[in-house]
Write a new protein. Structure first.
Length: 291
């Protein structure tokens, strides 16, 4: 978990009493005292730095942190709705990769995008596991396939179906049984050397965090999506992989092999690499389900 945050410091002579910091603080750290902002519950601070980011006179300081100003005289947002929508529609799941390795400096830029994703209570508790070695990825593929071979062998029998229904729920058990033909076909292709699990990607990334934190699922998913958007802008492609997430969380041997702590869960995973395909049309989706 993130270490306890140091509370902000208010420079009284610079404070103009606008109360913006008090209104925006999610943890009730600040109050107005004699028409000036004051830290009254410093131990409640989560370090989100919203107060300092919006102070018009820079009267609120955070130890060891320099808050960057907007580069264009405070103009925001940094992009237009049209450009953002285009980015969101350009990003697609990529399952064809060149096989070229992803340079370490590119991976750093991708993970850097993930750290700016919001997290519950500003915990910043997202951890990553990045596999870039062909041997490591091959071993993970082998272990994941073994896990699903065992699971689907149970689903084939009536008793096994009953047990899975008790553990995972009837809907999931039925979904798994309906998926049997597809999984068996995918297994056949893998045995022929066609990787339909990781698509011969040169990198596989997982995001994990503490299982007891109710925000961890959101934190990891949003962070990895940030990573996928940055990857797209850098000319790479990604494909989110729920099969891997499920295998990691239900196989202690895979989880231990990856070095994921016992009190953590994997909440999102994706393949990553340079695409060997160019989509000629933007993504289409059903209308938003609102109401």
């Amino acid at each position: 978990m993130k270490q306890k945050a140091n509370p902000p410091v208010v420079i009284g002579e610079d404070c103009i009493g606008c109360q913006r910091c008090v209104a925006t603080c999610p943890s009730f750290v600040l109050e107005m005292v004699e028409a000036k902002a004051a830290v009254v519950r410093g131990d409640w601070c989560i370090g989100c730095q919203h107060c300092g980011a919006l102070c018009p006179t820079a009267a609120i300081l955070h130890e060891g942190t320099v808050l960057d100003s907007y580069p264009s005289k405070g103009e925001a947002p940094a992009t237009s709705p049209e450009i953002l929508e285009l980015l969101l529609r350009e990003r697609r799941s990529v399952r064809l990769y060149t096989g070229d390795p992803v340079p370490a400096e590119v991976l750093d830029k991708i993970f850097n995008a993930g750290r700016y994703a919001p997290t519950g209570s500003n915990s910043q508790n997202v951890h990553y596991k990045a596999l870039t070695s062909p041997d490591q990825i091959a071993e993970l593929r082998k272990r994941t396939i073994t896990f699903y071979d065992k699971m689907f062998s149970r689903i084939r029998g009536r008793f096994g179906m009953f047990i899975v229904s008790l553990v995972a729920g009837r809907k999931i058990a039925e979904y798994l049984r309906e998926s049997l033909p597809k999984m068996e076909h995918a297994n056949d292709l893998i045995r022929q050397g066609k990787d339909r699990l990781f698509h011969h990607a040169p990198a596989v990334i997982l995001a994990h965090a503490e299982s007891w934190d109710r925000s961890s699922s959101f934190n990891c998913s949003v962070a990895l999506y940030n990573c996928s958007l940055m990857a797209h802008t850098l000319g790479l492609g990604c494909c989110f992989n729920g099969f891997l997430v499920n295998a990691v969380n239900h196989s202690s041997t895979i989880k231990h092999w990856l070095g994921i702590p016992a009190d953590h869960k994997c909440y999102s995973a994706m393949t990553l690499g340079f695409p060997d395909v160019r989509y000629l049309r933007l993504v289409s989706r059903d209308p938003a389900k609102v109401g």
